[in-house]
Design a protein around this ligand. Structure first.
Ligand SMILES: O=C(O)CCC(=O)C(=O)O
Length: 300
């Protein structure tokens, strides 16, 4: 494959998922409005400016990575919940899980002088234990600045998601730069080979990496710590569920409020923390427990 497919903002989730399965990546042009981009930049730049560069060649010694963006930026929260992307996650990830979740948020700023990142598949975050038949991840990089050949546009090997041989590396011809205008978004699977490009432009390249994963896998950015309950309580319940404050399936993710003996339920879903009622619970018990639980009353 010699190009990354571009589609416009009216693309359907089904089409996104189909191209992802067949090619491993695509670019949706102009999905973020100019107004949203401006708000996003205003909200995140103070954090980006204060972020130190990476510690090794993979994270990039001339690259900064700024996280906790759900907690820090309303515009980022909107992008996390963008219906074209969550709709594509439903199509692409739900065949492998009961619920998908947010995996990470990270503003990646590739600075002038950064060399190309080692090529990789993001699914290797789980150490190669997953069977190839499982697609664990749907990833996005929203262009906050234009992405150009010179400033480090992501390099992608379209079609490499389907390569049988895990050791095969793309040739120069098979590597395509995800060149796009600010406001566009590169969508790519956890199985496609890619990496940040070298920046020789004299200016920063900024991309907002928002990724999603199967609800039964460990998240790369620990959302319970980057966006703890005290912050998450003010968010839309659907966003909270995406962070992980919801059952991942029948048995995954319950908790026990740590209250004195007999004063609380033993098994409740995470949403209980935010006032959602657990099925089969009496009104009084529910009120008492949430009050004590919120006040942090220790058990035992
Ligand atoms: O910044 C980019 O273009 C890609 C970054 C990436 O692939 C990574 O950090 O894993």
């Amino acid at each position: 494959m010699t190009a990354i497919t571009h589609v416009d903002a009216a693309v359907t989730p089904e089409t996104i998922a189909r191209i992802l399965s067949e090619q491993g990546a695509l670019i949706i042009d102009g999905l973020m409005s100019g107004e949203q981009l401006e708000r996003l930049t205003g909200e995140i730049m103070p954090y980006v400016e204060a972020t130190e560069a990476g510690r090794d060649d993979f994270t990039g010694r001339r690259t900064t990575r700024t996280g906790a963006l759900v907690a820090r930026s309303a515009a980022c929260r909107e992008l996390v919940m963008h219906p074209a992307i969550t709709g594509a996650c439903e199509q692409f990830l739900l065949p492998f899980c009961d619920r998908f979740q947010l995996h990470l948020t990270q503003l990646i700023r590739i600075r002038d002088g950064q060399t190309a990142q080692p090529l990789h598949r993001d699914r290797l975050a789980w150490g190669g234990y997953l069977q190839r038949i499982i697609e664990p991840q749907l990833n996005t990089i929203w262009a906050v600045t234009d992405f150009t050949f010179e400033n480090g546009a992501t390099q992608v090997a379209p079609g490499s998601n389907l390569w049988d041989d895990d050791t095969r590396l793309p040739t120069e011809d098979e590597l395509i730069r995800a060149e796009m205008k600010a406001g566009s978004v590169l969508v790519y699977s956890g199985s496609v080979i890619h990496g940040g490009g070298a920046n020789v432009s004299g200016a920063d390249r900024m991309g907002l990496n928002i990724t999603y994963a199967l609800g039964w896998l460990r998240q790369e950015e620990n959302q319970y710590l980057s966006c703890p309950p005290d912050i998450a309580k003010d968010f839309d319940p659907e966003l909270r569920a995406l962070l992980g404050y919801a059952m991942g399936s029948y048995a995954l993710g319950y908790y026990t409020p740590p209250l004195p003996p007999g004063e609380g339920p033993e098994v409740v879903p995470p949403d209980f923390l935010f006032g959602e009622k657990a099925a089969g619970w009496g009104e009084d018990l529910y009120e008492q427990v949430t009050e004590r639980s919120r006040a942090g009353t220790p058990g035992g």
